[in-house]
Design a protein around this ligand. Structure first.
Ligand SMILES: Nc1ncnc2c1ncn2[C@@H]1O[C@H](COP(=O)(O)OP(=O)(O)OP(=O)(O)O)[C@@H](O)[C@H]1O
Ligand SMILES: [Mg+2]
Length: 230
């Protein structure tokens, strides 16, 4: 499905992400963990083509390393950035329309399908995105990514600053979406409970490199204390 081969990313000076390699198959819900500032967001931005990478990236047997962000999204890569970047001045419906723009989907049908996962949004379709609560905005950001019918979905800290019952709701939505659509997930997370509930595999980053990886069962308290100090 996707092979990340020896990827390095820098902002000019030394590399922030160095020599990272991993593979994602359709069954995967890969959780990426690491302390603040280790390069998790930088890695996702490199995969999405927002930042230039060294190394190579294969997706569905195609070398997409030289592709722009919009070419990558046309290939089916989708990304929900850290900090729920919705369009605050557009309505919920307009935000969802933006998610369908680059993809030839029938808007009304796709909207109905996506709203099944997010019943809360149906109550707010004509309201501006910016007036929604944080948890609702995060659901809108994820719903917008679903609108594009992605083949692989990356989410950067979807539970950051979200209350516990909405965190478990988001976990259920992502689990169901993965089961029904067979879309692999790559989720950057700090919330261990959420990570263990959602993920099937994990990797831990320290100073831009992978220091631990394996099936989620191996994400023991010992491992988390050692690498994450939690
Ligand atoms: N635009 C930028 N220019 C220069 N350095 C940057 C830029 N963005 C991030 N960095 C640096 O790169 C490093 C990794 O940042 P990154 O945002 O990838 O970390 P992260 O693991 O996602 O952290 P967090 O858990 O806080 O989101 C940090 O030291 C950060 O200061
Ligand atoms: Mg980050």
């Amino acid at each position: 499905m996707m092979q990340v081969n020896d990827i390095s990313v820098s902002y000019g000076a030394g590399p922030i992400v160095s020599h990272v390699s991993f593979e994602v198959v359709p069954e995967d819900k890969l959780i990426i963990l690491g302390r603040n500032g280790v390069g998790k967001t930088t890695l996702l931005k490199g995969i999405m083509g927002i930042l230039a990478i060294k190394g190579s990236l294969n997706f569905n047997n195609e070398n997409i390393t030289g592709y722009s962000t919009s070419q990558r999204s046309r290939c089916g890569l989708a990304y929900v950035p850290q900090g729920r970047e919705i369009f605050p001045d557009l309505t919920v419906e307009e935000n969802l329309q933006m998610g369908a723009l680059s993809h030839p989907v029938h808007f009304k049908d796709k909207l109905a399908e996506v709203l099944e996962y997010f019943p809360i949004l149906t109550e707010h379709m004509k309201r501006k995105g910016g007036v929604l609560s944080g948890g609702q905005q995060q659901q809108l950001a994820i719903a917008r990514a679903f609108m594009g019918d992605p083949s692989i979905l990356m989410l950067d800290e979807p539970t950051e600053g979200i209350q516990p019952n909405i965190v478990s709701h988001i976990s259920s939505i992502l689990t169901r979406y993965h089961q029904e659509k067979h879309v692999p997930l790559i989720v950057v997370e700090q919330n261990l409970k959420f990570a263990r509930r959602l993920g099937n595999k994990f990797l831990i980053i320290q100073k831009g490199t992978i220091v631990a990886a394996g099936p989620i069962e191996n994400l023991t308290n010992e491992v988390s204390i050692r690498y994450l100090s939690v």
